[in-house]
Write a protein that binds this ligand. Structure first.
Ligand code: PMP
Length: 404
């Protein structure tokens, strides 16, 4: 296990105060704080390397290109992809999902084809598929879950049929924290000839994710949730699929040759990266991946799981506490309501105590409907969260509870 106090010292924001109280930041599923090395990577590059990538013959451009492509290789090794041609940089999970919906949808989906989602998907893994349904007349099927927040694999098996082309599933629910059995689900999808996409937004920051071992066809994640900068994200796609998919956007960088009659496209992954990429963001993301790898994702997972277990145990002792998501495989997120208190009031009152949590529908309204609520409160943990912070949070909840 790493040393928590020295890790916390790497994150300057964690020692600030809000309302004259020490900050207790428990909104890590929304975004994580950044270690000094990530912020410094951004500053260093702007101070001493900055130049546009891939086009210049000059020294700085070549150096910036080398950093950018080294970052791609870093992501490849982090995910254990076969080739860096399979790593496409995007703005984040949302853009990666829109890219797949648009481009895979163009190449592979016809009217009447079926795409399977789950009831616990984030809106960004629902709405792009609905937009595609409008354009292509595909059909969306939804895997249900039980009251513990575990997907119903029997129902999933029954949804799969010869019209199923693609299954899209969150690796970890951003609300319930459920870790879905995506390896098993991908094997089931492949057995019926369908492809499998993993939304790794909430898994990549918390435990080792290996695309070859999962045997998934696509995996997407956001840099800002894994201690990297905002505005940079990743799409992993199996090379033979990406080869068959048309470009998502047109512009510079993604072309081989352009004339008014005809344009040919660059090789992978550049075909999907129109325009100047966020080359500073990719470099800083690589630093963030180095940071979590140096601590060890197994150690991070062990720490966060222990905290989650402890938090749920303590929270369950409070009268009127309703916990959502009690799956056996659960990670770093605890969603809840306190009887008689609107989650927004709860969040606002905790905030005055310096405790930052999330409230609302968490971009998962179908899941809220399934749970029969308008909204929930959510605390989510990170590699730097301490037991003392969980204690402060539970004490804060108790204090708020007594006000009502
Ligand atoms: N999927 C999941 C499971 C998420 O938790 C999130 C972010 N809350 C997203 C997708 C969207 O990520 P982003 O806003 O970074 O594109």
């Amino acid at each position: 296990m790493y040393d928590l106090s020295s890790v916390r010292a790497d994150f300057p924001i964690l020692s600030r105060e809000v309302y004259k109280r020490p900050l207790v930041y428990l909104d890590n599923a929304a975004t994580t704080q950044k270690p000094r090395c990530v912020v410094e990577a951004i500053a260093e590059e702007y101070y001493s390397v900055n130049a546009n990538v891939h086009r210049g013959v000059h020294f700085l451009s070549q150096q910036a290109t080398d950093l950018h492509e080294a970052a791609r290789e870093r992501v490849r090794s982090f995910l254990n992809a076969r080739s860096s041609a399979e790593i496409v940089f995007t703005r984040g999970t949302t853009e990666s999902l829109n890219l797949v919906a648009f481009s895979y949808g163009e190449a592979f989906l016809r009217e009447g084809d079926e795409v399977v989602l789950t009831v616990m998907e984030h809106h960004s893994n629902i709405v792009p598929w609905q937009l595609l349904r409008e354009r292509k007349g595909i059909r969306l099927r939804v895997v249900p879950m039980n009251d513990a927040g575990e997907l119903d694999l029997e129902a999933y098996r029954n949804l799969l049929n010869e019209r199923t082309r693609l299954v899209c599933c969150a690796h970890v629910s951003n609300v319930l924290g459920t870790v879905n059995p995506v390896r098993e689900m991908a094997a089931m999808a492949h057995a019926c000839g369908a492809h499998f996409l993993v939304d790794g937004a909430q898994s990549v920051p918390h435990f080792p994710v290996d695309v070859q071992s999962l045997d998934c066809d696509f995996l997407v994640f956001s840099g800002h949730k894994v201690y990297g900068p905002t505005g940079i994200g990743v799409l992993y796609g199996r090379e033979e699929l990406l080869e068959q998919m048309p470009p998502y956007q047109g512009g510079g960088e993604m072309i081989a040759r352009v004339s008014f009659e005809r344009t040919t496209f660059e090789r992978l992954p550049f075909k999907f990266e129109a325009g100047t990429p966020d080359y500073v963001g990719t470099h800083a993301l690589a630093r963030a991946l180095d940071y979590v790898s140096d601590l060890g994702l197994d150690a991070i997972q062990c720490h966060e799981r222990e905290l989650t277990r402890y938090a749920m145990e303590q929270m369950a002792l409070l009268p009127g506490m309703q916990l959502y998501g009690t799956a056996r495989e659960k990670d770093a997120v605890v969603a809840f309501n306190l009887e008689g208190i609107h989650p927004l009031d709860l969040g606002t009152l905790l905030d005055r105590l310096g405790i930052a949590i999330r409230t609302g529908h968490h971009c998962a309204q179908p899941l809220m409907e399934r749970c029969g609520v308008e909204g929930m409160a959510r605390a989510s943990f990170a590699l730097y969260t301490t037991r003392a912070e969980v204690d402060a949070f539970v004490a804060g909840l108790d204090r708020v509870r007594k006000m009502f």
